[in-house]
Design a protein around this ligand. Structure first.
Ligand code: SF4
Length: 292
């Protein structure tokens, strides 16, 4: 039995940085330390933060005092204004890559461009980006929606940092049919692209694949959708406990991939669980490798 872990599985740079900033704030600041929304889309990691006294709140309007951490997804300018009015201390953990996309949206809006943002309207990063578009941003989720847009002489298109690259490509192709001059900015972050590529390569190599991460994580859900198309025996799990003997039955080559919010311990637990599941079946060594 072989276990293969996809390259770039687990915490991305932006989420690691946000966690470090939150822990640093907890050590240095008195009073409450709050995150605006969950800092990381992983129930285990959230429970760990709560134990350390870092709670999450949803609504900036409900905060009265303390220090607020802006998570890696970033927020709209109106949120900074609300917090400033209340004189709340802010630790801005917006991922620098997301900041760059926010600045791009702002610049295109100032130039009077129509901005097509390819992403999930309910995702916090998209809510933040729309806030920088000065009313010139339009969210498009897929190619069907892009085909329904009115024809235009000029447009710009960019993507949520965790967007599926092939979906972005299909939306761009649909936009080209309705736009004379289309400026395309590939704003999908490099670690997302590497993770998607290595997970789809892995899906083609294994007979069973586990995608590990929070069900509320957009990038993990996309990994699952990409993999399921290539390997029907793909399972979306939130923790190692969901790996049952039934799922392992007959498996010889098992892949694991984790989203940008999946801590390394969660991947280690999944490996241990799979190894335990095979203990009684065979004396053959389980081989663990990272796909590069
Ligand atoms: S997925 Fe990419 S852009 Fe998003 S937080 Fe992680 S490193 Fe930053």
């Amino acid at each position: 039995m072989e276990i293969i872990i996809a390259d770039s599985s687990g915490l991305c740079y932006g989420v690691k940085r946000a966690l470090q900033l939150a822990h640093h704030a907890r050590r240095r600041r008195k009073g409450r330390v709050l995150t605006l929304g969950e800092l990381i889309h992983n129930p285990m990691a959230i429970a760990g933060l709560e134990k350390k006294g870092i709670q999450s709140v949803r609504n900036p309007g409900s905060i009265r005092e303390g220090t607020v951490i802006i998570r890696s997804h970033g927020v709209a300018p109106a949120v900074y204004r609300t917090l400033a009015k209340k004189r709340i201390e802010v630790v801005d953990a917006t991922c620098p890559i997301v900041k760059k996309i926010q600045r791009l949206v702002e610049k295109l809006a100032t130039a009077g461009e129509e901005i097509i943002i390819v992403g999930d309207p309910g995702h916090p990063e998209i809510k933040g980006l729309i806030g920088y578009s000065g009313g010139r941003g339009r969210i498009v989720e897929n190619e069907e929606q892009a085909r329904r847009l009115p024809p235009r002489k000029k447009r710009s298109a960019l993507a949520q940092s965790t967007q599926d690259l092939s979906l972005f490509g299909r939306v761009v192709a649909a936009l080209l049919e309705r736009t004379e001059e289309l400026a395309v900015y590939n704003t999908i972050c490099r670690s997302t692209q590497t993770r998607q590529r290595s997970t789809s390569e892995l899906a083609a190599r294994v007979d069973t694949l586990f995608i590990l991460g929070g069900k509320n994580s957009s990038n993990t859900s996309k990994l699952y959708q990409i993999s399921k198309r290539l390997q029907p025996n793909t399972h979306f799990i939130e923790s190692a406990r969901q790996i049952t003997p039934r799922l392992l039955r007959g498996a010889k080559r098992i892949g694991i991939s984790g989203g940008a919010s999946t801590p390394p311990e969660a991947i280690e637990e999944a490996v241990a669980r799979i190894r335990n599941g095979f203990e009684h079946q065979s004396h053959r060594e389980s081989i663990i490798q990272w796909q590069s």
